[in-house]
Ligand binder design. Structure first.
Ligand code: F6R
Length: 609
């Protein structure tokens, strides 16, 4: 989704904006632009469709544009095709206001008609231009008042950066349902959609809440509510290692993040294991409250929803409470059976996904208690949940999630064991066994990663495939969904995931000579069942890659090629079996020469519906 950077200080703004935008490229975009003000040159707007490098080349990395205040933007098109004109910043009719925007203004057509009726000319197809025009229309010498008037008219979501030619030392920003942070420097201040954009400049930030308006000058940051009253904000210090948001010698962030999984798992699990017990200090759910839970509903999007599918199998098995997993964009528009006896578990890496946030709000409206599993500290989903368990995966930059997915799984296991134990459903032996498995998981993931060359070899044989099917049963089915998504999103190869027993009810007609079928067979009790499905597809000409645990060497007599992963308890097997699937997707995409970290049409943080 769109990325915003803003700067006010003493240094040339343009290089800083361009460098900041570069750090937000991971969010996904199709054009970029900057607006910079200089006393001599006035307001200069520079935009370019395509990669940021096109804009950087045009501006000689910013050397060509003077000025020490400005706003920059990478646009992920929603209203109007990617083009120079539709790129942001958008400017008001008489050039007084320049605006960058992330989000969607839902009532922009009504507002546009109103402004057209007043004789105002529009140049773009964007909803954002309406904001710039409205600002100029309502402006009577006070930018803050104009901004409040405009915000009162807007319906939808926004993070905004605004500059005005009448106040060449002031930068304004505000957000609603779209992320935006403020970076606090010395003699310079910043706004940005995410921390990496400003990390080389400052580690002190404010996280903005909805409709907090910020006025930034070189030496001051004022946060005001819509009535103009000052809000005292808590300064947050970011203590990430800068390398966490850099490639650190790897060719792609995705590969770096795959390799970081053992550490991410250790960081997520270790602080929550004390004296052989799971300690979830983060949550305040009491035993009485847990006993009253009649249903659990896991809500998320994309890969996080696939974690939800694993959670359904796992939580149901251990707690015997009925569990449903649902994609957030569906849940929010039906009439879900959710009330105060429902525990809603929300899963999100970014903590800003628009559909997930809306589903959370719907669940809360209906009286449910919300427990979220989130990676980004202080994000909207974290802020609005009753309880949050953070996945300590560190910043995830590649669009395709890997380490966040793995740490979400680990948190799901911990919640399942914790709840089952509170409900008295686990024997001491079972409990101890699960704890041991959790403790060993990071090291076993490390072990699974060692096999990468054989996966790379296999990928070299199949990177030209047209269709790839993933099949599995139970937890392996949930994992098939993730393996298939990973592959299609970064390699653009068509792929489908099927519950293995379901294939013969239609989809098996798609299997032809040589079609690659990846069969996941990590559940002991279902091994023979899945082997029958392997026979079915092989009989129709499929080439089968089997993924199983190391003792199931019998897979060799059924599948054409096998990957083995270390063995853990059934519940945690997806954490190990996902490794070859992530690596396979990565190597296939690399061999096809795809833009792995920024796949086409995709965005990292999906802050629009
Ligand atoms: C796929 C992927 C997406 C996200 C989804 C939810 O690799 O990363 O499917 O899982 O967009 O995003 P979050 O977890 O930020 O809510």
């Amino acid at each position: 989704m769109c990325g915003i950077v803003g700067y006010v200080g003493f240094d040339p703004a343009t290089p800083i904006l361009l460098k900041g935008l570069e750090k937000l490229e991971y969010r996904g975009y199709d054009s970029a632009g900057v607006a910079v003000y200089d006393e001599k040159d006035g307001l200069r707007i520079e935009k370019a469709k395509g990669k940021l490098r096109v804009l950087c080349e045009k501006l000689h990395d910013g050397k060509d544009v003077n000025g020490t205040i400005g706003i920059g933007h990478t646009r992920w098109a929603t209203h109007g095709a990617p083009s120079d004109i539709n790129s942001h910043p958008q400017v008001s009719d008489h050039g007084k206001f320049a605006v960058v925007h992330n989000g969607i203004i839902e009532n922009y057509l009504t507002l546009k008609e109103f402004l057209l009726g007043k004789g105002i000319t529009f140049v773009s197809e964007t909803d954002t231009e309406v904001i710039a025009q409205l600002l100029e229309y309502y402006y009577e010498g006070n930018i803050f008042s104009a901004l409040v008037k405009v915000l009162q008219k807007l319906e939808g979501s926004y993070a905004l950066g605004v500059i005005c030619t009448d106040a060449p030392n002031e930068l304004y920003a505000v957000r609603k349902d779209s992320p935006l942070i403020v970076g606090l420097g010395k003699g310079e201040n910043f706004i940005a959609s995410d921390v990496p954009a400003i990390l080389s400049k400052t580690r002190d930030i404010y996280r903005l809440k909805d409709q907090e308006i910020v006025k930034l000058t070189r030496n001051q940051v004022e946060v005001l509510n819509m009535d103009g009253a000052r809000i005292e904000k808590e300064k947050v210090h970011i203590d990430w290692d800068v390398n966490a948001a850099e490639k650190g010698g790897y060719e792609h962030f995705m590969f770096k993040e795959i390799m970081e999984q053992p550490k991410a798992l250790r960081d997520t699990i270790s602080p929550r294991l004390r004296d052989g017990r799971i300690v979830l200090d983060d949550i305040t759910l009491t035993r009485e409250q847990v006993e009253k839970i009649r249903r659990i509903c896991v809500v998320a999007c994309g890969s996080a929803y696939h974690v939800g599918m694993v959670a359904k199998y796992t939580l149901e098995k251990l707690t015997r409470i009925p569990v449903e997993a649902e994609v957030a964009s569906e849940l929010r528009y039906r009439d879900p059976i959710i009330d105060k006896s429902t525990l809603v578990i929300v899963v999100s890496q970014s903590g800003e996904t628009a559909d997930t946030l809306a589903a959370l709000r719907e669940a809360k409206k209906r009286g449910a208690r919300v427990l979220s599993i989130v990676n980004v500290v202080g994000s909207s989903i974290a802020n609005e949940s009753d309880d949050v368990i953070y996945t300590w995966a560190g910043p995830e930059i590649a669009v395709a999630t890997t380490k966040a997915y793995s740490t979400q799984l680990a948190v799901v296991y911990m919640i399942a064991i914790y709840l089952a134990d509170l409900l008295g459903k686990l024997s001491p032996e079972e409990y101890e066994n699960y704890i041991q498995c959790l403790q060993k998981l990071p090291e076993q993931v490390e072990d699974a990663l060692k096999d990468k060359e054989s996966i790379q070899y296999f990928a070299s044989k199949y990177f030209n495939a047209k269709d790839i099917f993933f099949i599995g049963r139970n937890l392996d089915y949930a994992l098939s969904m993730e393996g298939s998504l990973k592959l299609k999103e970064i390699s653009y190869i068509h792929s489908e995931a099927y519950a293995a027993g379901e294939l013969k009810h239609g989809t098996i007609s798609l299997i032809e000579n040589g079609t690659l079928v990846v069969a996941l067979a990590t559940i002991d009790s279902l091994f023979e069942k899945i082997m029958s499905n392997v026979k079915e597809v092989k009989a129709r000409g499929a080439y089968v890659l089997g993924v199983t645990t190391r003792e199931h060497t019998a897979i060799q007599s059924e599948a054409d090629y096998a990957f083995y992963v270390p063995k853990t308890c059934e519940m945690m097997q997806p954490s190990l079996a996902v490794i070859p699937l992530q690596l396979f997707a990565y190597y296939v995409a690399a061999m096809k020469g795809c833009d792995i970290d920024k796949p086409r049409n995709l965005a990292k943080s999906v802050t629009v519906e």
